[in-house]
Design a protein around this ligand. Structure first.
Ligand code: NAP
Length: 288
């Protein structure tokens, strides 16, 4: 099998490359924006025709949640136009497309925590609270319209070795500030990059299509997540729980965004607890 990974310089794009080094039966090429711009049809066609992959894995996206409120054109291009062009270009060539989306497609009301005790299933009603989520939702729909056999994979609170993420930020702040204040009224579950890659590969290999939720088992708050990071990193710093109002953001954030992974688990893919994923990442960061 030959894979082409877009957005090679990003957190998930880098994670795909790290994991694929351990899969000797998979041939792959990973391209950055310069080599494949998902918003440029000619650039997509050139890369697909030159590398002739069986599967295109799109990790490229516009991911700046707060800036997406004002950079609406850029957010639309990266999250709707680009994925649509990729799906259309893959469709005419018979190439499978794997595309990533987000927990931010849901409204994230705290009351949903009681309705969806195990997290939002794939078919739960969507209603994004910010423009980033709205563009990601429109992107999902555009991909599945152009290529109904595509895989659209939603992930939440993504953390890995590369780029910027919550685990790295907490460790850095704990070391530099010596104390932490973290919100305790937003609930969800982290997805760890190596798990996301293995879960994606499982779905590719079992020729699945449509919407799936990926990630970890369990549900937590950012506050409890931070406490575990500090514990696993053996950093002796106090962590104070605060409400979301202590950290005002330009774009609204969901209060509940746990994704249920039952659909994936029912196919036979084991889902690890978020604590195991957290411990593994903290230890890997320590070894870097
Ligand atoms: N991070 C999270 O917490 C999170 C949560 C839920 C879902 N997701 C989703 O997971 C996926 C991966 O996210 P991530 O954290 O890996 O994002 P990331 O680190 O921001 O990486 C995104 C990559 O996409 C590239 N890119 C942007 N526009 C492009 C274009 N037109 N053509 C080609 N490349 C382009 C960026 O390149 P430049 O550096 O050149 O801009 C960057 O390398 C995205 O679909 C995201 O929406 C992420």
């Amino acid at each position: 099998m030959k894979l082409l990974v877009t957005g090679s310089g990003g957190q998930l794009g880098n994670g795909w490359q790290r994991s694929l080094k351990d899969h000797s039966s998979i041939d792959y090429v990973a391209l950055n924006r310069e080599a494949l711009d998902i918003c440029d049809e000619a650039s997509i066609a050139k890369a697909l025709d030159s590398y002739k992959p069986d599967v295109c894995v799109n990790t490229a996206a516009y991911t700046q949640v707060d800036k997406a409120e004002t950079q609406t054109e850029e957010a639309y291009r990266g999250n709707v136009l680009g994925p649509k062009l990729l799906a259309e270009t893959c469709a005419v060539r018979g190439i499978q497309l794997v595309h990533y989306s987000t927990d931010y497609v849901f409204s994230g009301k705290l009351t949903d925590r009681e309705i969806f005790e195990d997290g939002y299933p794939e078919d739960a009603p969507t209603n994004p609270v910010n423009n980033y989520g709205a563009t990601k939702l429109e992107g999902e729909q555009a991909v599945l319209k152009a290529l109904p056999s595509a895989l659209v994979l939603r992930v939440s609170w993504l953390c890995g070795l590369d780029g910027t993420n919550f685990v790295k930020a907490i460790i850095n702040r704990a070391k530099t500030l010596g104390e932490l204040k973290v919100v305790n009224d937003q609930f969800g579950v982290p997805s760890f990059v190596p798990d996301v890659v293995e879960q994606s590969l499982f779905l590719i290999q079992y020729k699945q299509s449509g919407l799936f939720h990926l990630g970890s088992d369990g549900c937590t708050s950012w506050y409890n997540f931070a406490k575990k990071i500090v514990e696993y990193a053996q950093l002796d710093v106090p962590v104070e729980a605060v409400g979301s109002s202590a950290f005002p953001t330009v774009a609204k954030r969901p209060h509940f965004s746990k994704l249920a992974t039952k659909r994936l688990n029912d196919l036979g893919m084991p889902i690890h607890s978020w604590e195991i994923g957290c411990k593994t990442l903290v230890s890997a960061l320590n070894d870097e």
